[in-house]
Design a protein around this ligand. Sequence first.
Ligand code: MUC
Ligand code: MG
Length: 367
Amino acid sequence: MKITAIEAIPFAIPYRKPLRFASGEVSVATHVLVRVHTDDGIVGVAEAPPRPFTYGETQQGIVAVIETVFAPQLIGLTLLDREQMVASLARTIGNPTAKAAVDMAIWDALGKTLKLSVNEMLGGYTDRMRVSHMLGFDEPAKMVAEAERMRDTYGIATFKVKVGRRPVGLDTAVVRALRERFDDQIELYVDGNRGWTAAESLRAMKEMADLDLLFAEELCPADDVLGRRWLVEQLDIPFIADESVPTAADVTREILGRSATAISIKTARTGFTWSRRVHHLAEGLGLEVVMGNQIDGQVGTACALAFGSSFQLTSRYAGELSNFLDMSDDLLTEPLQIRDGHLHTSSEPGIGIEIDPEKLDRYRVDR
Ligand code: MUC
Ligand code: MG
């Protein structure tokens, strides 16, 4: 069970359709595949999605920090020395998706070694999750058409609408068009990626008061401390903290500071080890939780699914597990299949995915 090598392989797969939102845009999945090798010949895998507009990480930076800082610290530990791993990685500030991918690849290797799925090791609550689809910025008619396609093709009935444009009417018109088209057949919530001020956010939420929204997410920056508290106090639906809570300490700070009343857990930034800590904290605080998406490919989506299906709290609401549908290709031998609005958790050892070597050869950018 001893870790003998850690690889960080940059790859690039174009999106068929870019995803646009208030803090940025993604048109190519320039991710990093992490492989953890053990002396038993086991290989654990996971992926890191660089999101410079959210965490300041880049593809080259992720490769460099894994190869030059993390790998030398972790080689020689066993797969069971996970608190040693946590302590070692904590010596480097930031780099959440690089740390998360290393952590999840270690869990994958551990599951493969013990012949247990990650879902079984974490909690095994359920074997499936409802899927929520994220609708990026576009004209109302195109966003409604995309929701129709997602519902007709995959049975998806929960949509997160990206908002945060100016004037706010650009976005409230989209949400209204979706509600008018689908009535009560769909669940809707909105995510502003910090695009609005607190005052704009409140105006938009008032305009959408009759649209039966489930949640509002990160509408304005948490750094606008008083404005955000003022906003959250006036809302009658849970306010989700996403990019403002990349660590358990951030969750504590934002919740106790009344800057949010619910949280997004993203395995892409907290892996399995720190996501579990955040989950337990959320349970103790009595928070609503949504499994979020870091615009993950299928590897990352399988990780979010494995974690989300492990606990009651993380599988209660639909998880954001469908962004990979917009990619032109992916790395898995067996693509994930969304059916009847659900993704089923793999019962295979580890995360339960297999990387197609030909696809990795085709898309890696380091050769
Ligand atoms: C989301 O929920 O915000 C877009 C930016 C980011 O950090 O994650 C995505 C989706
Ligand atoms: Mg978000």
